[in-house]
Design a protein around this ligand. Structure first.
Ligand code: SF4
Length: 290
């Protein structure tokens, strides 16, 4: 049985940058606070905790003074920066440049759309940290939609600007665009009435065709990621749709030898939050079952 690792899997550059920055700070000081989990991956978080990382929440940030806190790749709303200034907290800001740019675009579009009595709509997952940061650019007054079922929240008689969380599904985003176009066409007053901005990260959307091919080329897929990773759930659903013999695990201990009976090619893939060392451990576990 041959075990292949998907060459496009593993950390995206945003997460990679955050982890390297955390390791640099931990190397200097031996301790560091992180506002929320850096990655939705328990094994990687355990590794960083052993090096001195402590995860805190916004309540602890509000009650702290003079500490050093890492802002992860997902970014933060403006209120976090205000709290840090007020409480003399040093931020190690590792917001992914793509997310930072998206925050700026949303802030600008929000000002513009307000001038014409329009609405800013964000396609994303409620309470996801990136979405909290994006909503914060609009004083939390953007309309958040999690899918097609939420479109009734939009007033189709007023101008609409649509943005997306960077890790959402392109397929559903495009369906949302078509549906909004259909419903708002009756009221359109010129080409600027509904303006969709596809802000899904290319590190995520660009992987989909390659992942589909990888899933076709292997008989069984073991997809490694935290079970609460939004990007992990999305990419795993792609694997399952192409290859029904796809299994989602968060650690090598969840692997079942029965999956590989009579199989000659196994593929290992992972989310943008899955460390390479964890996929290597999964390979070792499967190799030991031969
Ligand atoms: S998925 Fe893209 S936008 Fe999100 S952190 Fe990674 S590189 Fe940045």
């Amino acid at each position: 049985m041959k075990v292949n690792i998907d060459p496009t899997s593993g950390f995206c550059f945003g997460v990679d940058f955050t982890i390297k920055a955390a390791e640099t700070e931990l190397g200097k000081d031996g301790s560091l606070y992180s506002l929320g989990q850096i990655v939705h991956n328990k094994e990687e978080m355990d590794r960083l905790r052993e090096k001195g990382l402590e995860v805190i929440d916004h309540e602890k940030l509000n009650n702290s003074r003079g500490i050093k806190v890492l802002v992860r790749a997902h970014g933060e709303p403006p209120s976090t920066y205000e709290t840090a200034t007020k409480n003399n907290i040093e931020l190690v800001d590792t917001t992914c440049p793509i997310v930072k740019k998206l925050q700026e675009r949303i802030r600008k579009a929000f000002t513009e759309i307000n001038e014409v009595n329009g609405q800013l709509v964000i396609y994303g997952k409620k309470d996801h940290p990136e979405v909290v940061g994006l909503m914060g650019q609009t004083d939390d007054s953007a309309i958040l939609i999690e899918g097609l079922n939420d479109l009734d929240k939009i007033d189709f008689q007023r101008p609409i600007r649509l943005f997306s969380q960077t890790t959402k599904s392109t397929e559903i985003y495009l369906q949302i665009v078509e549906e909004i176009k259909m419903r708002s066409d009756n009221f359109a007053k010129g080409g600027n009435y509904f303006v969709p901005k596809n802000t899904i990260c290319k590190q995520v959307s660009g992987r989909v065709p390659l992942l589909k091919k990888f899933c076709r080329d292997n008989e069984v897929i073991v997809f490694v990621s935290g079970k609460n990773s939004s990007n992990g759930k999305y990419l795993y659903s792609i694997c399952k749709s192409v290859n029904p013999k796809s299994y989602h695990v968060s650690s090598p201990s969840e692997i079942d030898v029965k999956w590989f009976s009579g199989i000659s090619r196994v593929g290992i893939s992972g989310a943008t939050s899955t460390p390479k060392w964890l996929m290597d451990k999964v390979v070792d576990e499967i190799e030991s079952m031969k």
